[in-house]
Design a binder for this molecule. Structure first.
Ligand SMILES: [Zn+2]
Length: 392
Protein backbone atom coordinates (compact mmCIF):
# COMPACT_ATOMS: atom_id res chain seq x y z
CA UNK A 1 0.00 0.00 0.00
CA UNK A 2 1.11 3.56 -0.62
CA UNK A 3 -0.45 5.10 2.46
CA UNK A 4 -2.22 3.84 5.58
CA UNK A 5 -4.11 6.15 7.89
CA UNK A 6 -4.46 4.31 11.19
CA UNK A 7 -7.07 4.69 13.90
CA UNK A 8 -9.37 7.23 12.21
CA UNK A 9 -12.98 7.92 13.21
CA UNK A 10 -14.93 7.08 10.04
CA UNK A 11 -18.66 7.58 10.64
CA UNK A 12 -18.24 6.76 14.33
CA UNK A 13 -16.10 3.63 13.82
CA UNK A 14 -12.38 3.39 14.54
CA UNK A 15 -10.80 2.15 11.32
CA UNK A 16 -7.56 1.97 9.37
CA UNK A 17 -7.74 3.36 5.83
CA UNK A 18 -5.48 1.80 3.20
CA UNK A 19 -4.71 3.70 0.01
CA UNK A 20 -3.15 2.58 -3.28
CA UNK A 21 -2.70 5.23 -5.96
CA UNK A 22 -5.78 7.46 -5.92
CA UNK A 23 -8.11 4.84 -4.38
CA UNK A 24 -9.08 3.58 -0.96
CA UNK A 25 -8.36 -0.14 -1.12
CA UNK A 26 -8.98 -1.19 2.48
CA UNK A 27 -11.12 0.00 5.34
CA UNK A 28 -10.64 -2.29 8.31
CA UNK A 29 -10.33 -2.35 12.08
CA UNK A 30 -6.64 -3.21 11.71
CA UNK A 31 -4.82 -3.43 8.41
CA UNK A 32 -2.06 -6.03 8.90
CA UNK A 33 0.01 -4.84 5.94
CA UNK A 34 2.35 -1.89 6.16
CA UNK A 35 2.81 1.04 3.79
CA UNK A 36 5.68 3.26 2.74
CA UNK A 37 3.89 6.08 4.54
CA UNK A 38 1.61 5.86 7.57
CA UNK A 39 -0.31 8.50 9.48
CA UNK A 40 -1.62 7.84 12.99
CA UNK A 41 -4.94 9.67 13.16
CA UNK A 42 -5.20 8.91 16.89
CA UNK A 43 -9.01 8.80 16.81
CA UNK A 44 -9.46 11.99 14.82
CA UNK A 45 -12.54 12.43 12.63
CA UNK A 46 -11.95 11.48 8.97
CA UNK A 47 -14.25 12.72 6.19
CA UNK A 48 -13.68 13.15 2.45
CA UNK A 49 -13.90 16.92 3.04
CA UNK A 50 -16.39 19.70 3.70
CA UNK A 51 -18.93 20.99 1.21
CA UNK A 52 -19.80 24.67 0.97
CA UNK A 53 -22.88 24.99 -1.25
CA UNK A 54 -22.90 28.76 -1.66
CA UNK A 55 -20.25 31.47 -1.81
CA UNK A 56 -19.58 34.74 -3.66
CA UNK A 57 -15.83 34.43 -4.19
CA UNK A 58 -15.74 37.09 -6.92
CA UNK A 59 -16.87 39.77 -4.45
CA UNK A 60 -14.98 38.49 -1.42
CA UNK A 61 -12.64 40.79 0.51
CA UNK A 62 -14.03 44.05 -0.94
CA UNK A 63 -14.13 45.04 2.69
CA UNK A 64 -10.36 45.54 2.53
CA UNK A 65 -10.72 48.49 0.18
CA UNK A 66 -13.70 50.21 1.78
CA UNK A 67 -14.83 50.21 5.40
CA UNK A 68 -18.07 48.37 6.13
CA UNK A 69 -21.03 50.75 6.48
CA UNK A 70 -24.33 49.76 8.06
CA UNK A 71 -26.51 50.70 5.08
CA UNK A 72 -29.71 49.30 3.57
CA UNK A 73 -29.55 46.35 1.18
CA UNK A 74 -30.06 48.51 -1.95
CA UNK A 75 -27.38 50.95 -0.76
CA UNK A 76 -24.92 48.10 -0.26
CA UNK A 77 -25.87 46.86 -3.73
CA UNK A 78 -25.07 50.29 -5.19
CA UNK A 79 -21.67 50.36 -3.46
CA UNK A 80 -20.95 46.88 -4.80
CA UNK A 81 -21.84 47.95 -8.37
CA UNK A 82 -19.48 50.90 -8.05
CA UNK A 83 -16.61 48.58 -7.05
CA UNK A 84 -17.64 45.94 -9.57
CA UNK A 85 -17.20 48.41 -12.43
CA UNK A 86 -13.49 48.58 -11.51
CA UNK A 87 -12.92 44.80 -11.27
CA UNK A 88 -10.20 43.22 -13.39
CA UNK A 89 -9.64 39.50 -13.92
CA UNK A 90 -6.42 39.73 -11.90
CA UNK A 91 -8.11 41.52 -9.02
CA UNK A 92 -10.98 39.02 -8.83
CA UNK A 93 -8.52 36.12 -9.04
CA UNK A 94 -6.33 37.47 -6.25
CA UNK A 95 -9.24 37.96 -3.81
CA UNK A 96 -11.09 34.77 -4.72
CA UNK A 97 -7.92 32.68 -4.45
CA UNK A 98 -7.21 33.86 -0.92
CA UNK A 99 -10.66 32.79 0.32
CA UNK A 100 -10.53 29.58 -1.72
CA UNK A 101 -7.24 28.69 -0.01
CA UNK A 102 -8.66 29.47 3.43
CA UNK A 103 -11.42 27.01 2.57
CA UNK A 104 -8.88 24.37 1.52
CA UNK A 105 -7.10 24.84 4.84
CA UNK A 106 -10.45 24.45 6.62
CA UNK A 107 -10.90 21.08 4.86
CA UNK A 108 -13.16 21.92 1.91
CA UNK A 109 -13.51 19.31 -0.85
CA UNK A 110 -16.36 20.77 -2.93
CA UNK A 111 -17.56 24.38 -3.16
CA UNK A 112 -20.05 26.20 -5.34
CA UNK A 113 -19.55 29.89 -6.00
CA UNK A 114 -21.93 32.26 -7.69
CA UNK A 115 -20.14 34.69 -9.98
CA UNK A 116 -21.75 37.95 -11.14
CA UNK A 117 -22.32 38.20 -14.88
CA UNK A 118 -23.79 41.47 -16.16
CA UNK A 119 -22.86 44.48 -18.32
CA UNK A 120 -21.05 46.10 -15.36
CA UNK A 121 -18.41 43.37 -14.94
CA UNK A 122 -19.02 41.32 -18.08
CA UNK A 123 -17.62 37.80 -17.83
CA UNK A 124 -14.41 38.78 -16.02
CA UNK A 125 -15.48 36.90 -12.89
CA UNK A 126 -16.18 33.77 -14.89
CA UNK A 127 -12.75 33.95 -16.52
CA UNK A 128 -11.09 34.35 -13.10
CA UNK A 129 -13.03 31.58 -11.36
CA UNK A 130 -12.74 29.11 -14.24
CA UNK A 131 -8.96 29.48 -14.15
CA UNK A 132 -8.92 28.96 -10.36
CA UNK A 133 -11.17 25.92 -10.83
CA UNK A 134 -8.58 24.47 -13.21
CA UNK A 135 -5.59 25.45 -11.05
CA UNK A 136 -6.94 23.69 -7.93
CA UNK A 137 -8.79 20.80 -9.57
CA UNK A 138 -6.64 18.18 -7.82
CA UNK A 139 -7.39 19.66 -4.40
CA UNK A 140 -11.02 20.69 -4.49
CA UNK A 141 -13.91 20.87 -6.89
CA UNK A 142 -15.11 24.39 -7.65
CA UNK A 143 -18.54 24.68 -9.24
CA UNK A 144 -19.02 28.01 -11.00
CA UNK A 145 -22.53 29.44 -11.32
CA UNK A 146 -22.97 32.27 -13.84
CA UNK A 147 -25.12 34.54 -11.70
CA UNK A 148 -27.57 37.29 -12.60
CA UNK A 149 -27.14 39.35 -9.43
CA UNK A 150 -28.51 42.50 -11.09
CA UNK A 151 -31.41 40.97 -13.03
CA UNK A 152 -32.68 41.67 -16.54
CA UNK A 153 -34.97 44.68 -16.12
CA UNK A 154 -32.12 47.15 -15.61
CA UNK A 155 -29.55 45.06 -17.44
CA UNK A 156 -31.23 43.22 -20.34
CA UNK A 157 -27.84 42.42 -21.95
CA UNK A 158 -27.25 40.06 -19.01
CA UNK A 159 -29.00 37.21 -20.80
CA UNK A 160 -26.50 37.15 -23.66
CA UNK A 161 -23.62 37.47 -21.21
CA UNK A 162 -24.93 34.53 -19.16
CA UNK A 163 -25.00 32.48 -22.34
CA UNK A 164 -21.45 33.59 -23.10
CA UNK A 165 -20.46 32.43 -19.59
CA UNK A 166 -22.07 29.05 -20.25
CA UNK A 167 -20.13 28.77 -23.52
CA UNK A 168 -16.93 29.55 -21.59
CA UNK A 169 -17.57 26.56 -19.32
CA UNK A 170 -19.61 27.75 -16.32
CA UNK A 171 -21.14 24.76 -14.54
CA UNK A 172 -24.62 26.17 -14.01
CA UNK A 173 -26.71 29.31 -14.16
CA UNK A 174 -27.91 31.40 -11.21
CA UNK A 175 -30.81 33.78 -10.72
CA UNK A 176 -32.05 36.14 -8.03
CA UNK A 177 -35.84 36.13 -7.81
CA UNK A 178 -36.36 39.44 -6.00
CA UNK A 179 -34.08 41.58 -8.13
CA UNK A 180 -36.47 42.16 -11.02
CA UNK A 181 -39.11 43.12 -8.50
CA UNK A 182 -42.44 43.11 -10.32
CA UNK A 183 -41.18 40.72 -12.94
CA UNK A 184 -39.82 37.89 -10.80
CA UNK A 185 -41.69 35.24 -12.78
CA UNK A 186 -40.08 36.37 -16.02
CA UNK A 187 -36.70 36.32 -14.29
CA UNK A 188 -37.27 32.70 -13.27
CA UNK A 189 -38.40 31.81 -16.81
CA UNK A 190 -35.27 33.36 -18.35
CA UNK A 191 -32.87 31.56 -16.00
CA UNK A 192 -34.61 28.21 -16.49
CA UNK A 193 -34.57 28.71 -20.24
CA UNK A 194 -30.77 29.05 -20.11
CA UNK A 195 -30.52 26.01 -17.78
CA UNK A 196 -32.50 23.93 -20.26
CA UNK A 197 -30.58 25.22 -23.27
CA UNK A 198 -27.26 24.17 -21.74
CA UNK A 199 -28.64 21.17 -19.84
CA UNK A 200 -27.34 22.38 -16.48
CA UNK A 201 -28.86 22.90 -13.06
CA UNK A 202 -30.10 26.29 -11.89
CA UNK A 203 -29.41 27.97 -8.63
CA UNK A 204 -31.69 30.79 -7.39
CA UNK A 205 -31.37 33.28 -4.58
CA UNK A 206 -35.00 32.53 -3.78
CA UNK A 207 -37.27 34.80 -1.74
CA UNK A 208 -34.16 36.23 -0.15
CA UNK A 209 -35.74 39.30 1.49
CA UNK A 210 -38.18 37.28 3.59
CA UNK A 211 -40.97 39.67 2.49
CA UNK A 212 -44.28 38.28 1.39
CA UNK A 213 -44.43 40.40 -1.76
CA UNK A 214 -41.31 38.58 -2.91
CA UNK A 215 -42.77 35.12 -2.50
CA UNK A 216 -41.96 33.22 -5.71
CA UNK A 217 -41.23 29.74 -4.42
CA UNK A 218 -44.64 28.32 -5.49
CA UNK A 219 -44.19 29.71 -9.01
CA UNK A 220 -40.69 28.23 -9.31
CA UNK A 221 -41.70 24.82 -7.91
CA UNK A 222 -44.71 24.54 -10.24
CA UNK A 223 -42.56 25.57 -13.19
CA UNK A 224 -39.96 22.91 -12.27
CA UNK A 225 -42.67 20.26 -12.21
CA UNK A 226 -44.21 21.44 -15.51
CA UNK A 227 -40.84 21.75 -17.29
CA UNK A 228 -39.42 18.38 -16.21
CA UNK A 229 -36.84 20.01 -13.94
CA UNK A 230 -37.59 18.09 -10.74
CA UNK A 231 -34.53 18.01 -8.50
CA UNK A 232 -32.57 20.26 -10.89
CA UNK A 233 -32.84 23.52 -8.94
CA UNK A 234 -31.26 24.75 -5.72
CA UNK A 235 -33.04 27.52 -3.78
CA UNK A 236 -30.71 29.64 -1.64
CA UNK A 237 -32.20 31.37 1.44
CA UNK A 238 -35.98 30.84 0.92
CA UNK A 239 -36.51 33.26 3.84
CA UNK A 240 -40.16 34.04 3.03
CA UNK A 241 -41.07 30.53 4.22
CA UNK A 242 -40.67 31.97 7.72
CA UNK A 243 -43.29 34.67 7.08
CA UNK A 244 -46.10 32.25 6.12
CA UNK A 245 -48.95 30.99 8.26
CA UNK A 246 -49.08 27.25 9.03
CA UNK A 247 -51.44 26.41 6.18
CA UNK A 248 -49.37 28.30 3.60
CA UNK A 249 -46.21 26.71 4.93
CA UNK A 250 -47.69 23.22 4.55
CA UNK A 251 -48.60 24.03 0.94
CA UNK A 252 -45.07 25.29 0.30
CA UNK A 253 -43.48 22.19 1.86
CA UNK A 254 -45.68 19.95 -0.28
CA UNK A 255 -44.57 21.84 -3.40
CA UNK A 256 -40.92 21.59 -2.36
CA UNK A 257 -41.34 17.86 -1.93
CA UNK A 258 -43.09 17.35 -5.26
CA UNK A 259 -40.65 19.51 -7.24
CA UNK A 260 -37.63 18.10 -5.33
CA UNK A 261 -36.40 21.64 -4.90
CA UNK A 262 -33.09 21.57 -3.02
CA UNK A 263 -32.48 24.25 -0.39
CA UNK A 264 -29.27 25.88 0.75
CA UNK A 265 -29.36 27.82 4.00
CA UNK A 266 -26.94 30.72 4.34
CA UNK A 267 -27.12 31.43 8.08
CA UNK A 268 -25.23 34.75 8.07
CA UNK A 269 -28.48 36.23 6.67
CA UNK A 270 -29.78 36.12 10.25
CA UNK A 271 -28.20 39.56 10.77
CA UNK A 272 -30.97 41.14 8.68
CA UNK A 273 -33.95 38.73 8.55
CA UNK A 274 -35.35 35.41 9.71
CA UNK A 275 -33.83 32.33 8.12
CA UNK A 276 -35.81 29.62 6.35
CA UNK A 277 -37.35 27.13 8.83
CA UNK A 278 -34.55 24.59 8.47
CA UNK A 279 -35.99 21.99 10.85
CA UNK A 280 -39.34 22.01 9.03
CA UNK A 281 -37.53 21.59 5.71
CA UNK A 282 -35.48 18.67 7.03
CA UNK A 283 -38.61 17.01 8.45
CA UNK A 284 -40.03 17.42 4.95
CA UNK A 285 -37.07 15.37 3.65
CA UNK A 286 -35.77 18.36 1.69
CA UNK A 287 -32.17 17.90 0.51
CA UNK A 288 -30.27 20.71 2.25
CA UNK A 289 -26.81 22.21 2.26
CA UNK A 290 -25.13 25.17 3.94
CA UNK A 291 -23.27 28.08 2.43
CA UNK A 292 -20.84 30.74 3.66
CA UNK A 293 -22.42 33.23 1.22
CA UNK A 294 -20.73 36.65 1.21
CA UNK A 295 -17.25 36.79 2.72
CA UNK A 296 -15.93 40.11 3.99
CA UNK A 297 -17.64 42.37 1.52
CA UNK A 298 -20.22 45.17 1.75
CA UNK A 299 -22.94 42.68 2.76
CA UNK A 300 -21.02 40.67 5.34
CA UNK A 301 -17.95 42.20 7.00
CA UNK A 302 -17.06 38.84 8.58
CA UNK A 303 -16.84 35.31 7.19
CA UNK A 304 -13.85 33.23 6.19
CA UNK A 305 -14.92 30.61 3.67
CA UNK A 306 -14.86 27.98 6.44
CA UNK A 307 -18.27 26.32 6.35
CA UNK A 308 -17.84 25.02 9.92
CA UNK A 309 -18.46 28.58 11.08
CA UNK A 310 -21.92 28.79 9.53
CA UNK A 311 -22.70 25.29 10.82
CA UNK A 312 -22.03 26.57 14.34
CA UNK A 313 -24.09 29.70 13.69
CA UNK A 314 -27.07 27.72 12.41
CA UNK A 315 -26.80 25.31 15.34
CA UNK A 316 -27.31 28.22 17.74
CA UNK A 317 -29.91 30.15 15.75
CA UNK A 318 -32.19 27.16 15.21
CA UNK A 319 -31.16 25.19 18.32
CA UNK A 320 -29.75 22.10 16.67
CA UNK A 321 -28.58 20.71 19.98
CA UNK A 322 -29.71 17.07 20.28
CA UNK A 323 -27.49 14.30 18.89
CA UNK A 324 -29.86 13.77 15.98
CA UNK A 325 -30.02 17.51 15.20
CA UNK A 326 -26.24 17.84 15.38
CA UNK A 327 -25.97 14.99 12.92
CA UNK A 328 -28.28 16.71 10.44
CA UNK A 329 -26.12 19.87 10.50
CA UNK A 330 -23.01 17.72 10.01
CA UNK A 331 -24.65 16.01 7.03
CA UNK A 332 -25.45 19.40 5.46
CA UNK A 333 -21.74 20.25 5.31
CA UNK A 334 -20.72 16.74 4.23
CA UNK A 335 -22.81 14.01 2.59
CA UNK A 336 -26.04 15.95 1.98
CA UNK A 337 -24.23 19.05 0.72
CA UNK A 338 -22.28 16.80 -1.66
CA UNK A 339 -25.50 15.20 -2.89
CA UNK A 340 -27.03 18.64 -3.39
CA UNK A 341 -24.04 19.50 -5.58
CA UNK A 342 -24.50 16.33 -7.62
CA UNK A 343 -22.21 13.85 -5.84
CA UNK A 344 -24.06 10.72 -4.79
CA UNK A 345 -20.84 8.76 -4.13
CA UNK A 346 -19.55 10.91 -1.25
CA UNK A 347 -17.93 8.94 1.56
CA UNK A 348 -14.78 7.08 2.57
CA UNK A 349 -15.26 3.64 1.07
CA UNK A 350 -13.33 0.81 -0.57
CA UNK A 351 -12.79 1.55 -4.29
CA UNK A 352 -13.77 5.17 -3.67
CA UNK A 353 -11.47 8.10 -4.50
CA UNK A 354 -8.91 8.58 -1.73
CA UNK A 355 -10.01 11.99 -0.49
CA UNK A 356 -9.43 12.06 3.24
CA UNK A 357 -9.56 15.09 5.51
CA UNK A 358 -8.49 14.50 9.10
CA UNK A 359 -9.88 16.99 11.58
CA UNK A 360 -8.41 17.84 14.96
CA UNK A 361 -11.37 16.48 16.94
CA UNK A 362 -12.54 13.06 18.04
CA UNK A 363 -16.22 13.57 17.12
CA UNK A 364 -18.20 15.81 14.74
CA UNK A 365 -19.63 17.56 17.81
CA UNK A 366 -16.12 18.39 19.02
CA UNK A 367 -15.13 19.59 15.54
CA UNK A 368 -18.08 22.03 15.38
CA UNK A 369 -17.87 23.17 19.01
CA UNK A 370 -14.09 23.72 18.90
CA UNK A 371 -14.02 24.83 15.26
CA UNK A 372 -11.20 22.31 15.00
CA UNK A 373 -8.28 22.80 12.70
CA UNK A 374 -7.50 20.45 9.85
CA UNK A 375 -4.83 17.86 10.69
CA UNK A 376 -4.25 16.33 7.25
CA UNK A 377 -5.44 16.82 3.66
CA UNK A 378 -5.25 13.83 1.30
CA UNK A 379 -6.63 14.30 -2.20
CA UNK A 380 -6.72 11.46 -4.75
CA UNK A 381 -4.16 9.65 -2.60
CA UNK A 382 -1.70 12.55 -2.42
CA UNK A 383 -0.89 14.10 0.96
CA UNK A 384 -1.14 17.92 0.64
CA UNK A 385 -0.90 18.61 4.37
CA UNK A 386 2.54 20.23 4.22
CA UNK A 387 1.59 22.39 1.27
CA UNK A 388 -1.74 23.73 2.53
CA UNK A 389 -1.57 23.51 6.30
CA UNK A 390 1.83 25.26 6.54
CA UNK A 391 3.01 23.07 9.38
CA UNK A 392 6.51 21.74 9.83
ZN1 LIG B 1 -25.71 34.70 -1.91
Amino acid sequence: MDLIIRNANVNGENLDIGIVGNKVTALEKKISQTASKEINADGRVAIPGFVDCHLHLDKSLLNERAEYQDLTGPEKGALTREEKAKFTVEDITERAERILLQGVKAGNLIIRTNVDVDPIVGVKGIEALLSLKEKYKDILEVQVAAFSQEGFLNYPESKELLEEAMEMGADLVGGHTIVDNKDGEKHIDTILEIAKKYDVEADFHLDESGNRQHYLLPYLAKKMIADGLKGRVNGIHCCTLSALNEEEKEEALALIKESELKVTAAPTAISTRALAPVKDLLNNETLMGLGSDNVRDFFNPLGSGDVKQVALLLSYVHRFFTAEEEESIWKMITVDGAKLLGHTDYGIKVDGEANITLLDGKTPKEVIANQSQTYAIIRKGVDYSQQFLARS
